[in-house]
Design a binder for this molecule. Structure first.
Ligand code: ADP
Ligand code: MG
Length: 399
């Protein structure tokens, strides 16, 4: 029998763990098990301490009712392989099956409850409805461990309300994520370089706002760059453009200049005449960023820009990267993302990749995950933290 940090003796106790097991599935085949692997250390530590481990998690966005397409059954199977131990599976979350499976657990054994979002109470905005469901979840356990970093920015029953009903603590994964994000926000080693890309400026306004005051350099690529280029007076053809954010970008460029933060925008862009759909063969052309043809769409930063970004990263001591530099899903437009990822692996200091698509990009482009200082498992949660917002699922553990 043993103890778990923050909970004390857990041997023989039923411990509910909220993990983030929201993996991509193709039918019932898991195409990227990164989140399951990230959840293993906490589950294993509890099992080794003799706890009866009850794992709760969600998968996808079912509409508050059972939907076989979103069953966690394949995930429970994969978890058993990774733990090299049997994992019991409850076919409901808090009903008869769950109660029976939990009652049958021996010390050191693990069970997974069916998708928590099959229950309308999980994500309800109605406090009473959410609370009633949290009561049922809490009745299955003696203590709670919050380890789903991807969901700690959500005020949901299995993340927030259940913590108010049981003795609780942070799991190892949430603790590690918070530690890294604290290093990025409190006393980053300098030079501190932030790389932003992805699809929209409007998704990232809060982060840009907050980091403009903290970073030494801001490198911008991806779909959001065209609104910045437009803000500088360039035409961007048919590239992704958010007309209503041009003024905001003008303001960011002005603020950066005033505060001595260097904003680096690409000097060249890879364009095509069509957005790649898979039906036509891409015909990439590189053009100057100041001369994007009216009929073209910008789909990646060009090779000169990628080299300049890599050079700007070479002496960085702290790097945060969110958002691919181009449409990396298509090989012809993955070059900028690849070069930036490569540069991050060489950083002598802390390099952090945040954001769901950015983390996926690093993996699908074949990089060794251990070459990065940290790859965050929670896109939304890490961005909200960097925006300076409070994460309800973390706050509730501190209260
Ligand atoms: P993350 O999930 O890492 O925060 P986002 O969701 O903001 O990243 O953006 C990822 C998406 O941005 C990718 O699917 C990628 O194809 C798209 N993207 C990147 N560059 C462009 C571009 N130039 N035009 C259109 N989409 C782009
Ligand atoms: Mg995304």
């Amino acid at each position: 029998m043993g103890s778990y940090p923050g909970l004390g003796e857990v041997g023989g106790k039923r411990v509910l763990v909220r993990s983030d097991l929201n993996v991509p599935l193709d039918g019932t085949t898991i195409t990227d098990d990164g989140r399951i692997r990230a959840s293993v250390p906490t589950i294993r530590a509890l099992a080794e301490a003799g706890a009866r481990v009850v794992v709760t998690a969600h998968l996808g966005r079912p509409k508050g009712a059972p939907d076989p397409a979103y069953s966690l059954a394949p995930v429970a199977g994969r978890l058993a392989e990774l733990l090299e131990a049997p994992v019991a599976f409850a076919t409901d979350t808090v009903g008869e099956s769950a109660q029976q499976v939990v009652a049958d657990l021996g010390d050191g054994q693990v069970a997974v409850l069916e998708n928590v979002r099959f229950n309308a109470g999980e994500t309800s905005k109605d406090e009473a409805e959410r609370g009633a469901f949290a009561d049922e979840l809490a009745a299955l356990a003696d203590a709670f461990v919050s380890d789903g970093f991807g969901v700690v920015h959500r005020k949901q029953a299995s993340v927030y309300d259940v913590a108010q009903r049981l003795p609780h603590t942070m799991g190892a994964l949430v603790r590690a994520e918070i530690d890294v994000l604290t290093r990025l926000t409190e006393t980053p080693e300098r030079p501190y370089v932030v790389v932003l890309g992805g699809s929209k400026v409007s998704d990232k306004l809060g982060v840009i706002d907050n980091l403009l005051g903290k970073a030494d350099k801001l490198l911008i690529g991806g779909g959001m760059v065209f609104t910045f280029l437009k803000a500088q007076g360039h035409e961007v053809g048919r590239s992704l453009l958010e007309e209503d954010q041009i003024g905001t970008c003008v303001e960011y460029l002005r603020r950066a200049e005033a505060s001595g933060v260097e904003i680096l925008l690409p000097s060249d862009i890879v364009v095509d005449s069509e957005f790649p759909t898979g039906d036509t063969r891409p015909e990439p052309i590189v053009v100057p960023a100041s001369n994007i043809p009216a009929s073209s769409l910008g789909l990646d930063i060009g090779p000169d820009s990628a080299a300049a970004f890599a050079a700007a990263l070479a002496d960085a001591r702290t790097v945060f990267w969110n958002g691919p530099m181009g449409v990396f899903e298509v090989p012809e437009f993955a070059g900028g993302t690849r070069t930036v990822a490569e540069a991050l692996t060489k950083v002598d200091g802390l390099s952090v990749v945040g954001g769901g698509d950015s983390a996926a990009a690093v993996r699908t482009l074949g990089f060794d995950e251990t070459a990065f200082g940290h790859i965050s498992t929670g896109g939304g949660a890490s961005l909200e933290y960097l925006e300076g917002k409070e994460l309800p699922g973390v706050k509730v553990l501190e209260d």
